[in-house]
Ligand binder design. Structure first.
Ligand code: MD6
Ligand code: FE
Length: 220
């Protein structure tokens, strides 16, 4: 049932500051967020002070191992009713914290670097991983408009990102995503399957035994 895996994606051209295309309309921007990592982490602390990380439930009642929060006009939520975007945090009924300018600017710049001009995200999902945490293969298809790309920022411990194709059983490639890396994709691969392998043990100088991923989307 597991698709065969390619070797870890190891594009020589994707050194810090480099860009590597790994599928049609899909780019790894190595170290793209590095110069802003401290500002991003400060903003994440402020967001999660207001809208704390929580483990959402799936429709089947399983607790997700990734802890999540959101900022922006819309937030991604999951519960027994399923997945959707919501304007308010179900924990307290309040709007999600606004999207910090440093987030929106980074997302737009990364999208542009991947060939998507004019990206104005209205949703940012904040994912927290700890050793052992994984995200099973899925598609991002709860958004209204698939014309906009998705921009994903990795901070803290490295993770292995798995990227497949349009069909769940398509062969997959693996990318190592490290602190400061950004992935941006859309267009032909917008609905491709992807996931994150269980996070390995480790300690990052800024985040300790954690990885934080920011996923920017145009949801509404
Ligand atoms: C993660 N990311 O990297 C999980 N989805 O922690 C995602 O599921 C994801 O990184 C769509 C586009 C980019 C992503
Ligand atoms: Fe996803």
């Amino acid at each position: 049932m597991h698709a065969p895996m390619h070797d870890l994606f190891d594009a020589a051209e994707a050194e810090a500051g480099g860009a590597a295309q790994f599928a049609e309309d899909a780019w790894l921007l190595r170290g793209f967020a590095l110069d802003r990592a401290a500002a991003l982490l400060e903003a994440i602390d402020a967001i999660t002070a207001q809208a704390p990380f929580r483990h959402m439930e799936t429709r089947r009642g399983l607790r997700m191992s990734v802890a999540m929060s959101n900022c922006g006009a819309l937030g991604w939520v999951s519960d027994r009713r399923g997945y959707r975007y919501a304007a308010r945090d179900p924990l307290d009924g309040q709007p999600w914290p606004p999207m910090p300018a440093v987030f929106a600017r980074l997302a737009a710049q990364a999208a542009r670097a991947a060939g998507f001009d004019g990206f104005k995200p209205d949703a940012c999902l904040v994912n927290r991983y700890e050793p052992g945490t994984r995200l099973s293969l899925h598609q991002d298809r709860d958004e209204r408009d698939f014309a906009a790309p998705i921009v994903s920022v990795s901070l803290g411990l490295p993770a292995t990102f798995v990227f497949g194709g349009a069909a769940r059983g398509d062969r997959v490639q693996r990318l190592s995503l490290r602190h400061g890396d950004v992935v941006a994709w859309g267009g032909a691969s917008r609905l491709f399957h992807h996931g994150v392998l269980p996070l390995a043990e480790g300690s990052h100088p800024l985040l300790g035994a954690r990885r934080i991923n920011l996923t920017f989307r145009r949801a509404g």
